[in-house]
Design a protein around this ligand. Sequence first.
Ligand SMILES: Cc1cc2nc3c(=O)[nH]c(=O)nc-3n(C[C@H](O)[C@H](O)[C@H](O)COP(=O)(O)OP(=O)(O)OC[C@H]3O[C@@H](n4cnc5c(N)ncnc54)[C@H](O)[C@@H]3O)c2cc1C
Length: 619
Amino acid sequence: MVRNQLVDSRDLRFVLFEMLHADGLSRFERYSALDRDAFDATLDLAEQMAVEKVYPANAASDRNGARYDPETKNVAVPGEFKDVIAYFNEAGFSGIGGDPAWGGMGMPETICRAVMEYFFAASVSFTMHVSLSVGAANLVRNFAPEHLKKLYLEKMTAGAWGGTMCLTEPDAGSDVGALKTKALRQADGTYLITGQKIFISSGENDLYENIVHTVLARIEGDPPGTKGISIFLVPKYLANPDGTIGGRNDVVCSGIEHKMGIKGSATSSLSFGDNGRCVGWLMGEERQGMKIMFQMMNEARLDVALQGLAVSSSAYLHAVSYAKNRVQGSDPLSKGSANCVIVKHPDVRRMLLWMKSNVEAMRMITLLAAHSSDLAHAEQGEAAREAQALLDFLIPLCKAGNTDLAWLVTAEAIQVYGGYGYCADYPVEQLARDSKILSLYEGTNGIQSMDFAMRKLLMNPGMYNYSVFKKRLGETMDLASKSVDPTYVAVMTKALGSIEQAMDFLAKKRDAGDMAAVFAAATPLQQAFRMLVHGWMHLWSMALCAPKLKEISGGLEEAALKEFVRDNSEAAYYYGKIISSRFYIGSELYKIFGMVEAILAGEPAVADSFEEIFTGALE
Ligand SMILES: Cc1cc2nc3c(=O)[nH]c(=O)nc-3n(C[C@H](O)[C@H](O)[C@H](O)COP(=O)(O)OP(=O)(O)OC[C@H]3O[C@@H](n4cnc5c(N)ncnc54)[C@H](O)[C@@H]3O)c2cc1C
């Protein structure tokens, strides 16, 4: 088996099979050909490929970056990625969740996400190329007319042709409705596209033979704002009727960004229709572009949440390896013992435990969201409705939560390394740089917080999403009351009560029409809620791990148990899980009370502020 350095595979399997029982998905017709063995084999292959093929390309891709040639307007991705994608496609990972009718593996989303944790942990830059292509392929599969699916989908599923999502323009970032790209209806049913898109990941590259852009544009005469937006399939090369590559479409790359991180990902500016010949095909109905994009949004946001988890996982495991080997000072708890590895210092263990507990919480919440997505599609009636409600509730918490934490966890990894962590010879500084984009793209975390506070809570009709969440939390509390020290259940009960106070407070502000107070509290509320949900995950984990540890160890007393755990890797795993959850609920979660108090203080300084008070800046 490969060396396990980027993702804790034991923990991944705990979440998949002991917590979520993902192998039970094979009870549904669409997954009936799959079983635990198939899932394990896929995960093993992904881990091996991520560690042996993808990870070695990551540091070089950071040094070399993607390169733009202004003469040819082509982009060369780091050369290392070309070998890697060949292995990736050969193993079928580009089509892991794809429809078997189009050559995909048809794996459930829960397993696809788990697989992608390995690849994102190995290289965000490389995996960006493939994940954008998978997202575009899903759009084509769900919304393109049949004749286009025949021409484009099989090649995309095989990973031979890539894809993009083209939303952003110079004046349309968070406000997508402000876009100016135009589509002009043609007599043959196609559209002529004109406009500029910026920041398009994989917008131009030499990794794929062809690139299928999915482009938001406004058909001439359609209303302004998001209501008038449609979505188009715009290939770089038009496909011939036999599916081979045909003539070049009128879309060119006018440059790429020079960025702080993910340097191997080509963040491209694209110019559509400079010569009036850019052909696009409508996907779905006219003016349904935002609705279609919204359907894909959960998927894309979960992808970014996964990136946050994966980068954090890699940073944490690198920090653990370093702390177990770096000798510095003497053991403060054992007099006179010099040459102490730094993991023995309580402050270093505090840092590692903080990282471990956050990484594990991120993994649990992200895979729970993915599993909810599978159930929302596979179940019927109320069960499907509940699964969808939980998914919708969790998505902004996964996206904003994991990605805010990724920046903090990677920074803490640098701290564990000391000065070496700041130096390019060690991997954690790249992880920190690569992680910063995650809170920005796919809807900034400010926008996620507004979505969570308004759509999922304060403006949510009947508070259905919240009631589903509360029901599930209640089930965990019942389970935990059988096996977990009641102190931890009590902290969770208090944290829930505290959050409800904050919600009531903000609902009153909403009713009084004080929307400035509500909007200003959106991010603090989302961050406090993230802690509550992470507490839920840890309580659930503790409720499962405590009986398992007892079973393995035969219920030893604490001192004997510690000795036993040192020689038994399964016991060490469960013991470590319990310590991690105790740290989170018994220590970290207490921060929620201060966060809620800050909301309840209702300080109106943000509402009372205005542009002119921010003096001293350049105009
Ligand atoms: C490396 C990279 C890759 C990218 N890949 C893609 C891609 O593949 N496809 C694509 O279409 N785009 C892509 N983007 C664009 C990305 O999605 C946008 O940068 C992002 O949506 C934010 O838009 P903006 O940069 O214009 O910031 P702005 O919208 O100008 O936001 C600036 C600040 O104002 C805040 N803000 C703005 N509006 C509001 C509001 N209504 N309420 C509260 N706060 C608000 C934001 O939260 C943020 O803090 C990428 C960007 C980068 C840097």
